[in-house]
Design a protein around this ligand. Structure first.
Ligand code: SF4
Length: 366
C-alpha cells in the first residue's frame, strides 16, 4: 500500500491501491442503487429542482428540508415562476427554514437565469458560479447530479467517510486535510456516474458512517476501510474545537392595536434583516436590553410606555448566540404612522415572513 506524497502520513491518510479504488467505487454505486432513500429531489432530473434542494440542504437536515422543498416547488414550479414572484412571497414560503439569505439569493439568481440564460440552468461551471449565492459546492452539486459532469463534492459527510476509509487525521477546517480528501476524491470519482457517486458518499455518511456510532456491519466499503481496521473508526476525523456560545439578552416590545401587532424588519446587529420581527434590542443584561429597547422605540415613533413587566421569558439560539428573551406587551390606541413599521393581523402570523423567534414570542404572548 502506497502513501500519498507531499503531506505527513497522518494528514494524507493511506491511499487505496488502484484496484481497491475501482472496487470501492463499484461497491458504493451498487449500494446506492439498492439503498438510496427516495428523497423527493432524487425523482427529478430538473436542474432547477436539484438546485433548490441543494440550497435548502445547506445547514439544514434532510428531514426538515423535505416539506419545505415540496412547498417551495408547489409555489414556484419553474425558474420563471420564482423570478416573477415578489421577494416577500418567497420569504413567506421559506419562513421557518432559517438562513434567509439563501432564499434571497435563490430569488436573485432566478431573475438572472431568466434575464441572461432564457430561464435555463447553464452547464458551464463559470457561468453557474456567476449567479448570485451559488458557491463552489452548489455549482458542483448541480453540475454533477443534474448534468452528469465529473465534479467531486466535498461536505462534512463525505469528509468523514474518506477520513475513515483512508485513516486520514485532522478536520475539514485544516487546509492539509481538505487537500488530502480532495485528492482522494478526485482519484475515486466515477466519471460515468459522478452524480450518483457523490450522492452515494453523502448517503453513506448520513445513514451508515455516522459521526459517533458508524454502522460498519452494514457498510458496503468495510473491506477496504482503514478506520474500521483500526478498531476505532469514530476517532476519524478529529473534532474542531468548539466556539463557546455567547449569552445575550433581548427585550422585545409587543405592541397591539386591536387584532394587529407591530413588526419591523430585522432584529438589530445585522441579524434576520430580511424578516419581520417584534421591535427588539440586545443587551448584556436584562436591564441593558430594556434600556436599549426604549431608546430604539423612539426611532420608530412609538411612545414611551411602561415596559417594566415582561409577560414572557424564553430562550432562543441564533448561530452561536444563546438568547434570553423578555417580551413586553402594550396596547396602543394611537399608533405611530412611521415607515418601517408594519401592522400584521395576529391571525396572519403563521404564514407571514416573520422570524422563528417572532413566531416563538407570538406563541408565548398572543
Ligand atoms: Fe465508515 Fe465503518 Fe464504513 Fe469505514 S466501515 S466507511 S468507518 S461505516
Amino acid at each position: 500500500m502506497q502513501k500519498a506524497t507531499g503531506l505527513s502520513d497522518s494528514m494524507s491518510g493511506m491511499e487505496l491501491a488502484g484496484q481497491d479504488e475501482v472496487a470501492v467505487r463499484s461497491a458504493l454505486l451498487a449500494w446506492f442503487r439498492r439503498h438510496a432513500r427516495p428523497l423527493p429531489w432524487r425523482k427529478s432530473g430538473d436542474p432547477y429542482a436539484i438546485w433548490v434542494s441543494e440550497v435548502m440542504l445547506q445547514q439544514t437536515q434532510v428531514a426538515t428540508v423535505i416539506p419545505y422543498y415540496q412547498r417551495f416547488l408547489e409555489a414556484f414550479p419553474t425558474v420563471a415562476e420564482l423570478a416573477r414572484a415578489s421577494l416577500e412571497r418567497v420569504l413567506e414560503v421559506w419562513s421557518g427554514l432559517g438562513y434567509y439569505r439563501r432564499a434571497r439569493h435563490l430569488h436573485q439568481a432566478a431573475k438572472e437565469l431568466v434575464r441572461s440564460f432564457a430561464g435555463t440552468f447553464p452547464e458551464d461551471y463559470e457561468q453557474v458560479r456567476s449567479l448570485p449565492g451559488i458557491g463552489d459546492y452548489t455549482a458542483r452539486a448541480v453540475l454533477s447530479i443534474a448534468f452528469g459532469l465529473p465534479y467531486t463534492l466535498l461536505d462534512g459527510n463525505v469528509a468523514r467517510v474518506l477520513s475513515r476509509l483512508t485513516a486520514l487525521q485532522g478536520n475539514l477546517h485544516q487546509r492539509g486535510f481538505r487537500r488530502a480528501v480532495e485528492t482522494h476524491l478526485e482519484r475515486m470519482l466515477s466519471v460515468r456516474s459522478p452524480g450518483n457517486f457523490n450522492q452515494a458518499l453523502m448517503e453513506l455518511g448520513q445513514t451508515v458512517c455516522l459521526p459517533r456510532t458508524p454502522r460498519c456491519a452494514a457498510c458496503p466499503v468495510q473491506t477496504w476501510c482503514r478506520g474500521y481496521k483500526s478498531g476505532q473508526p469514530h476517532l476519524y476525523p478529529q473534532p474542531r474545537p468548539r466556539r463557546a456560545a455567547e449569552s445575550h439578552y433581548l427585550a422585545a416590545a409587543i405592541f397591539r392595536r386591536g387584532p394587529r401587532v407591530a413588526m419591523v424588519r430585522g432584529l438589530g446587529e445585522g441579524l434576520l434583516d430580511d424578516l419581520w420581527n417584534f421591535p427588539a434590542a440586545f443587551g448584556r443584561s436584562r436591564e441593558e436590553a430594556l434600556a436599549s429597547l426604549r431608546h430604539s422605540l423612539a426611532d420608530f415613533g412609538f411612545p414611551s410606555l411602561a415596559l417594566d413587566d415582561s409577560v414572557a421569558e424564553l430562550h432562543h439560539g441564533i448561530t452561536h448566540r444563546s438568547i434570553r428573551v423578555h417580551a413586553y406587551p402594550a396596547e396602543l390606541s394611537n399608533p405611530p404612522r412611521k415607515r418601517g413599521v408594519r401592522w400584521f393581523p395576529v391571525s396572519s402570523l403563521r404564514q407571514a415572513a416573520i422570524s422563528q423567534l417572532a413566531r416563538k414570542i407570538a406563541q408565548h404572548v398572543l
